[in-house]
Design a protein around this ligand. Sequence first.
Ligand SMILES: Cc1cc2nc3c(=O)[nH]c(=O)nc-3n(C[C@H](O)[C@H](O)[C@H](O)COP(=O)(O)OP(=O)(O)OC[C@H]3O[C@@H](n4cnc5c(N)ncnc54)[C@H](O)[C@@H]3O)c2cc1C
Length: 271
Amino acid sequence: MEVRLNTRAESVCIDGPAGRGRVTGVETAGGACIPADAVVCNADPLTAYASSLIPAPHRPRAFQDAATLDKIEPSTSAFVLLLGVRGDYPHLAHYNSFLPDDGNAEFTALFERGVPADDPVIGVTCQSATEPDCAPPGFSNLFMMTSPPALSSNFAWTEPETARYRERVLDLLETRCGLTGLRGRIVCEQVWTPRDFEQRYGAFRGSLYGISSNSWRSAFLRPPNRARGVSGLFFVGGGTHPGGGLPLVTLGGKIVAEAVIEAKNLPGPQK
Ligand SMILES: Cc1cc2nc3c(=O)[nH]c(=O)nc-3n(C[C@H](O)[C@H](O)[C@H](O)COP(=O)(O)OP(=O)(O)OC[C@H]3O[C@@H](n4cnc5c(N)ncnc54)[C@H](O)[C@@H]3O)c2cc1C
């Protein structure tokens, strides 16, 4: 088996007419086509259908054009601060959830106004609280996350918007979460916005869990693991069946491995 790291898949090569296609390989960034009779796509199906990854004639009607894709409601995204800080905060456990006084205001911001909440739930993981080797002696490592909506024209995560939101969250960490003097103790930092999740990982509009599961249809009828109309093409990951989040994504990997074995009549795993 050969593993090619840092190699972007540009396009799935498909032979045959629309609705009755068959995969023949994958074209990578350098233009080389790697022949294959089964292709498992870990990119979000919505991103795959919206980009050059799946050639237009082979996209299902529901995902064929930008206007249709625009109507799909994605799940929420994330704003993340990764902080290395001097000293420690003894009141922090490994995982901490800090709730605002008015929880309903966050739902109104996310689902009615489509913008990040001004006073959101903040999750803070302090890994060094339970695993001291994860930070140098005398320092702590913090992962801080809030859940803004996926990218939209309501909030585009431009540099000034991101800088303002970072300041707001640092204010809340210092006051509501008790991380006093945090700003002065930061020695290294990374900021991740929905735009990063879209650009680095191909997440559809930066959403973490694919299509929003806010209706029974979108929860139970997710884009299928076997691509419609293209034999040999499979989807795996949070954007497809059975859904997002690590337990479901892992289960999806098993389902797709079994589907490939069955479709290609391959020997199953050794028991
Ligand atoms: C900050 C954050 C916190 C989270 N917290 C939790 C949690 O607490 N519990 C939980 O269960 N879930 C959590 N999740 C969600 C969970 O991480 C995702 O549901 C899961 O990782 C999705 O798996 P995936 O395989 O679909 O996507 P990914 O893990 O994003 O993998 C997709 C891979 O495909 C690659 N790719 C995409 N397009 C191409 C291309 N064209 N060519 C080559 N490679 C490509 C990407 O680079 C990426 O490596 C969290 C996610 C984030 C971002």
